[in-house]
Write a protein that binds this ligand. Sequence first.
Ligand code: GAR
Length: 201
Amino acid sequence: MGRLAVLISGRGSNLQALIDAIDAGKLDAEIVLVISDRAGALGLSRAQKAGIPAQVLLWEGEERRTQYFERMTELLQKAQVDLVILAGFMRLLSANLVRAFPQGIINIHPSLLPAFPGLRSQRQALEYGVKVAGCTVHFVDEGLDSGPIIVQKAVPVYDGDTEEILSERILVKEHEALPEAISLVLSKQWQIRGRRVICEY
Ligand code: GAR
C-alpha cells in the first residue's frame, strides 16, 4: 500500500476524489499527510473529516521560499511518503524538494500539456480557440508543468463554453485521471520513455 502526501491550496476536490477512490477500494493507498499553503483551504476540512493529519504551512513570501520548501521536505521525509501528490497546489516547488523525491512527485494540471501550462489553463484554452481540452497527470521535474506524462484525458470544447463550464467538464475527468495515475505509479510497472510514462501491464 502506497503512502501518499497530498499538497493543496484550495477547494480540494481532487483530494476528495483520492479519499473516495481509497474508500471504494479502487486505489491501494493511504493518505498520511495533507499540507496546505493556505489556512482557510476547503480541502483542509475534507482531510479532517476523513481523519487525515493535515497541516498548514503558511506561505511567507518569495524571500522565504528556500526555508519554506526545506521545511516542507522535512515534513514529507518524516512522514515517509512514497509519493507526493500536487492536487491544486499552486506553487512551483524548489529544485531541492524535487530532487529529494526522484520520480516521487506528481501533479494534476487542467490542460492537455504541453499546451497551456501555468495559471488559468482553461481560460487560456478558450482564448486560443481549441476544440479539445482536458487534463494531464505528470511527474514533476524542475520546470513548470513539464515532467513526463502519466495520464491524459480529453473533453470537447463547445461553442458556448465559459471558463467555469469548461473547468467543470475537465474537473470530472481530473477526478478519474488522478487515482488512475497514482495506481499506475504505485504498481511500479512502468518506465519513462522520452516524455511518456509507459505502462508495462
Ligand atoms: C484543479 O483544476 C487542478 O487541475 C488545478 O487546480 C484545481 C484544483 O482543484 N491545478 C493547477 O492549475 C495547477 N497548475 P481542487 O482544489 O478542487 O482539486
